[in-house]
Design a protein around this ligand. Sequence first.
Ligand SMILES: [Zn+2]
Length: 96
Amino acid sequence: MKPYTKSHSEGRATDLIIHYCPECNTCWEKARAWKWVGRTRRYINGYYFYKDFPTYGKKRVTCCKCEGKKLRQTLFLDMLLWEVVDDNKLQKTKGE
Ligand SMILES: [Zn+2]
């Protein structure tokens, strides 16, 4: 089962599970985005953060920022995406 939107252009998908980080008091969600670089689809693994998002019923999970992960901000389709900066090779995405 794949919740991701099929698209021939740039796009993004989230896992639809929003967590709440009690350390920075922010809701966040894992996200995957892709864009075309020449003929290759480049995948971006990152996170979206939602300020002023209702926290009721959200699972409390420390976010990647508070875990000290290396991130860089990317503006992607008008949303701020926090891209995970991987010092090793970027993870290959399965199944696409
Ligand atoms: Zn946090």
